[in-house]
Design a protein around this ligand. Structure first.
Ligand SMILES: [Zn+2]
Length: 363
């Protein structure tokens, strides 16, 4: 009997050591074009997107962006030791708005040779700045950087001064010149440039894990290169420097070299942060109750859902962006010159979603 038990135990132990525990993979968000997805993988595992290694936070959370024109599928893989899981996401298409923009300074639309050179040089500066290595853990809770009217959404196909132009892969928030722009989350200033031909007074911020944001057309810059900013710190003031026909903030959110939809990101971030705040609050209450009452009571069990450590940020609610078209709030110039035509950009509807647990285990 003893021998049988020993053999059985040995087999059991052997089985345990051979069969590696599969890592976890959670996703938050829907894989629409322009989306910034949230992911969670067991800390210490290697996460790859289409074979390329992703930079994740120590606690396992990571972000990845989908470009406006990306199509097909994305393959996420998570490896921990010998165990591996894989998840294939099909990119969901969106429809984009067509927008007529008139009254822009003509030299910014059809620059001469000299101006073209200047633009190229300035683009290089931004590119170089974006490459700077930043050792930061990306915050997960972002807020809107300025209060105002949404004058242009992400993804629109533009007709500039009557000629088909590029895409608008950013969000425009129109408000009076001098309106304060604040850091939507902690980060460091990569670039602060006083005069760029197209973007005017320009600030570029890095938040960590390949996420950057930029602030364009400002009337005043209130930060310096290399400065560390906390969420809510002043970056500058709204203006209309560079290629602009009215005072507004042109806000870009980038993951690696992909420009993502800032509005979709803010919605996703708000849903993510309010959802993760609940279990955290519950845990705090439970812990306090345990302390107060019986000392011998067992401590509450660990959270089942991974939670974000951005507890401070959780408390601050993301201010809603005003999307109403109150003429009073709109600056005259922008109102006259920016005509928005065509249909509303089709916004993703099945979001935000609850984290999806991946249970596939492909050894
Ligand atoms: Zn813009």
């Amino acid at each position: 009997m003893i021998r049988f038990f020993t053999v059985f135990s040995l087999i059991f132990l052997l089985a345990c050591s051979v069969r590696a525990e599969p890592p976890l993979l959670f996703l938050h968000g829907s894989p629409y074009q322009g989306e910034l997805m949230y992911g969670y993988a067991t800390p210490g595992s290697t996460v790859r997107l289409n074979g390329e290694k992703l930079s994740a936070r120590k606690d396992g959370w990571f972000l990845f962006g989908i470009g406006r024109d990306d199509k097909g599928t994305l393959t996420l893989s998570v490896e921990k030791g010998k165990a591996k899981i894989r998840k294939v996401l099909r990119i969901k298409p969106r429809k984009w708005r067509i927008q007529k923009v008139n009254g822009l300074p003509q030299n910014t639309v059809t620059p001469n040779e000299e101006e073209q050179k200047r633009i190229e040089g300035e683009n290089k500066l931004v590119e170089e700045a974006r490459k700077k290595k930043v050792r930061r853990s990306v915050p997960l809770c972002f807020s809107v950087p300025a209060k105002g009217r949404i004058s242009s959404v992400y993804g629109s196909q533009r007709i500039i001064n009557g000629v088909p132009g590029g895409q608008h892969n950013a969000l425009d928030i129109a408000a009076k010149t001098g309106t304060v722009i604040r850091a939507p989350a902690d980060g460091v200033v990569l670039l602060a440039h006083e005069d760029m031909l197209l973007t005017g007074k320009t600030v570029l911020m890095a938040h960590g894990n390949d996420l950057t944001t930029s602030y364009i057309h400002m009337s005043k810059i209130l930060v310096k290169e290399g400065q560390k900013l906390k969420k809510g710190d002043k970056i500058g003031l709204i203006g209309m420097t560079g290629r602009a026909n009215g005072p507004h903030l042109h806000w870009t959110v980038m993951w690696k070299d992909k420009r993502v939809d800032p509005q979709a990101f803010l919605r996703n971030s708000a849903a993510f942060c309010s959802a993760s705040a609940k279990p955290a609050k519950k845990a705090k209450k439970a812990k306090a109750a345990v302390k107060k009452s019986v000392k011998k009571a067992a401590a509450p069990k660990a959270q089942e859902t991974p939670k974000t450590p951005d507890e401070k940020a959780d408390k601050e609610k993301t201010p809603a962006i005003k999307t109403d078209k109150k003429e009073k709030a709109a600056p005259e110039a922008a109102k006259k010159k920016t005509e928005e035509t065509a249909k509303e950009a089709e916004a993703p509807k099945d979001k935000p979603s609850a984290p999806i647990a991946e249970k596939e285990n492909k050894k």
